[in-house]
Design a protein around this ligand. Structure first.
Ligand code: NIG
Ligand code: FE
Length: 407
């Protein structure tokens, strides 16, 4: 049952409904009815009636002179995992590289061991703590990957926990199947057999309704483009969209491969070349930028932001929340670092966590403020939208709506 209608007044809107800028409406009002945005505009232009509703009779919410934006969308997270990797953080500070740790059985495979060991209740409890941190920063949609189970039962467990999170909190959850994240020890030396297994498991998990998209890690320490392509073909035969961890540590041509398969997004992209940019532009594949992983790995090579911008590739911004390369559940910190590390403008960064993040999840009903879209909203105690990127820390959120309901 949808909540009763609400009229939000005494606020300004950053609608993000135009290709550039915030698309601001100062001195605005917004009507929520049956879970959707029923009207928005300047308060002085407000009609007396909308869709048979007399606005004079509708409950008024005081926006406190703040700014209303679409609820934030984190389109790339590994929110569900067991254990943590503070030990490897310490090893890196003592000189080891991420790749050396991965090759020595650490990295993704150490989180795999902890994730296999944890039961659903434990995984749910630890993920809820991280999710709640994100919700306190205005999040209304989150993508959550598997990829730390690396066997059928454990990948299934992770996806079930991701689905369970959506029933525990007011948030949309999109799941991505990422079994092709690392090679588990039982398949050592047999990566092609492992991809066969991933495809087999995918059929079962998709039939259970646990998979919204298929992801992989295309890298020297992950899987080759040919292996990824076999997985992508299986995904597409099931009608599932694909996305990829591409060009994070080296140029594998992963973004172009993703574009060839009509992929939703290619993510990371520090090593993306001109041909990859052109392929993404032609296919409408979103570039998901992950500045926290860049920062935590102390990368020095930036994604080709200027080339992506010039080619008109939509850029999403996401936390990449994971225990290895981005132990962080703060969407606002990712916004800040998209600006400070990657030199996005604040309006580009905010569009990257609203409008373009929605596209990266194949959603057109969220991520912008417009009549008819779902009322997934965040109200902020700020004087200008750029403050969402400017502060490091702070608690600017006043209120959050999911599906037209204040949560
Ligand atoms: O997005 N690149 C691969 N996957 C993750 C890291 C996972 C991990 O180290 O646990 C990422 O950076
Ligand atoms: Fe990732």
């Amino acid at each position: 049952m949808s909540a009763s209608p609400q009229l939000l007044r005494n606020l300004h809107l950053a609608t993000l409904s135009e290709p550039t800028g915030y698309a601001e409406i100062p001195g605005a009002a917004l009507l929520i009815h049956e879970g959707r945005i029923a009207w928005l505009g300047r308060a002085v232009d407000m009609p007396a009636e909308v869709a048979g509703l007399r606005l004079a009779d509708v409950e008024v919410v005081d926006g406190q002179g703040g700014w209303l934006t679409p609820g934030l969308i984190d389109c790339h997270t590994h929110l569900v995992f067991g254990g943590d990797r503070s030990h490897e953080f310490e090893l890196r500070l003592n000189g080891a590289s991420y790749e050396e740790i991965a090759r020595a059985g650490g990295g993704i495979r150490s989180t795999m061991a902890a994730t296999r060991q944890a039961d659903e209740a434990a995984l749910l409890a630890s993920a809820l703590v991280r999710l709640d941190g994100m919700l306190r920063e205005g999040l209304t949609t989150v993508e959550i990957k598997s990829g730390y189970g690396l066997d059928f039962a454990s990948e299934r467990k992770m996806l079930r926990v991701a689905r369970a999170l959506a029933s525990q909190r007011g948030v949309n959850v999109h799941t991505s199947y990422l079994a092709a994240h690392a090679l588990p020890a039982e398949f050592q030396g047999r990566p092609d057999d492992y991809i066969d297994a991933c495809i087999h498991w995918l059929h079962e998990l998709a039939a259970e309704g646990l998979v919204d998209a298929v992801d992989a890690f295309c890298e020297n320490i992950g899987f080759s483009p040919a292996q990824v392509e076999r997985l992508f073909l299986a995904a597409r035969a099931l009608g599932l969209p694909v996305k990829l961890h591409a060009e994070q540590l080296s140029d594998q041509g992963g973004a172009a491969l993703t574009a060839r398969h009509g992929g939703l997004s290619a993510d990371h992209l520090e090593w993306l070349d001109e041909a990859g940019v052109a392929a993404m532009a032609a296919a409408g594949t979103v570039a998901t930028l992950l500045p926290l992983a860049y920062y935590c790995l102390r990368e020095t090579r930036l994604p080709p932001i200027a080339a992506l911008r010039a080619a008109g590739v939509a850029m999403a911004v996401s936390t990449d929340c994971n225990p290895g390369t981005a132990p962080c559940s703060s969407p606002l910190l990712a916004l800040n670092m998209a600006c400070t590390q990657f030199r996005l403008t604040p309006s580009e960064a905010l569009a990257g966590m609203t409008r373009h993040a929605a596209t990266a999840l194949g959603r057109s009903d969220v991520g912008r403020l417009a009549v008819g879209l779902r009322a997934d909203l965040a109200l902020w105690r700020i004087a200008r939208p750029a403050e969402l990127c400017y502060w490091l820390g702070g608690e600017p959120l006043i209120a959050r709506w999911h599906d037209g309901r204040q949560v």
